[in-house]
Write a protein that binds this ligand. Structure first.
Ligand code: FES
Length: 373
């Protein structure tokens, strides 16, 4: 290996250790390749061994970087005006950490709420990030707060992190549902730029509610299927997967019913890989009812088999912190004072599991837990 290639390789390793994002091709080509992605997976294992820790595919400790950023642009992204686009820049004027399609940011909002948003801008833009946020009126307040942000407002931004990497080779079917397009659109742009064989299925409630339609309408329409519930009805697996490529990949980001259709349907297609990302929590599966006692007040709450402790606790403690609601960010970690948790997360280290739990996904192995809340 020549000196320059070795230097590039070491730089790629440093970048990967810092951000867990897959670096560009070592030889400087425009895209990353799948073999390099496999090498980074190997590096994860190697680093875990060096750190004397056990390798867990999705729970490797993530080293992140945090910056104070300010809103520099604010714009509306769809006709019903319920999706706002925000451009964020560092307040010290520096470059932002690099990112690749599929990455997201962890934001701390002015209220202290933590939320995660996919990056939907141009990775080549070195000094700004772009995100898009759909207003969810009956949500936890995070999207409503994001919609109140004005140019100049500041946020604490950590990341980027990439739990949904795009392997820019071969053929790909992209399936996006609603605001899930934010994770998918940088992948499609990259696929177009590389001349890949691709197809996009973009589904939403109505055209008025779907962001980025103006851009999508400029692409080769033979490679694009836009469908809306108000005209076409709810999509079936066949609607979503009709263009799944033989020997290629399917990338999906959308609401739980869409993900369920795609996950069940892909094995019947010729596609060999499915990559997906959720933007809302999965339904509770195989849960048993239990109760939680909040130690500070003595309040006892019943958690039904199909609900999470977080959802029930939020009804009486609206400010309880949370973010991903999928058991990987760690924001909802709570000390367990009595009882035995049934851990369902991908985040806690083994030595944390006796005393703590993530209440967004984990449950109780017995009838009652007492929590330090
Ligand atoms: S909210 Fe992210 S782990 Fe619970």
């Amino acid at each position: 290996m020549g000196d320059r290639t070795f230097a590039r390789a070491m730089a790629a390793v440093r970048e990967y250790r810092a951000s867990r994002t897959i670096p560009e091709d070592l030889l400087g080509k425009g895209g990353m390749d799948e073999s390099l992605a496999q090498i980074t997976d190997g590096l994860d294992k190697l680093f875990a061994i060096l750190d004397h820790s056990k390798y867990k595919a999705r729970a490797a400790p993530v080293q992140t970087r945090t910056h104070t950023m300010a809103v520099s642009e604010r714009f509306t992204l769809c006709r019903d005006e319920n999706v706002v686009g925000l451009t964020l820049r560092r307040v010290d004027g520096g470059d932002v950490p690099p990112w690749h399609p599929g990455s997201h940011l962890d934001l701390v909002l002015p209220s202290g709420r933590r939320r995660q948003y996919s990056l939907c801008g141009d990775p080549l833009e070195k000094d700004a990030y772009s995100i898009a946020v759909r207003l969810v009126p009956d949500g936890g307040g995070g999207s409503a707060e994001m919609h109140t942000l004005e140019v100049g407002d500041r946020l604490s931004v950590t990341g980027p992190r990439n739990a949904f990497p795009f392997y820019a080779s071969g053929s790909a079917l992209f399936v996006a549902g609603g605001i899930g397009i934010t994770a998918i659109i940088p992948m499609v742009r990259r696929a177009r730029a590389l001349g890949m064989d691709w197809h996009l299925v973009y589904s939403g409630r109505s055209r008025q509610s779907m962001p980025f339609l103006d851009e999508v309408s400029t692409w080769d329409q033979e490679r694009v299927t836009v469908r809306t519930d108000d005209v076409d009805g709810l999509p079936t697996a066949a609607d979503l997967l009709r263009h799944a490529p033989d020997g290629g990949s399917v990338y999906c980001c959308g609401p739980p019913p869409m993900l369920a259709l795609v996950r069940e349907g892909v094995p019947a297609t010729g596609a060999t890989r499915l990559h997906y990302e959720r933007f809302s929590p999965p339904p509770v599966v195989a849960g048993s009812p239990f109760s939680v006692e909040l130690a500070s007040s003595g309040t006892v709450l019943d958690v039904a088999a199909d609900r999470t402790a977080l959802d029930v606790i939020r009804e009486v403690v609206p400010g309880v912190p949370y973010s991903c609601r999928q058991g990987f960010c760690g924001t909802c970690k709570v000390k367990v004072l009595a009882g035995a948790p049934e851990h369902r997360d991908r985040r806690l280290a083994d030595d944390e599991r006796e005393d703590y739990m993530l209440i967004c996904v984990s449950r109780s192995a017995g009838e009652r837990l007492t929590l330090d809340l």
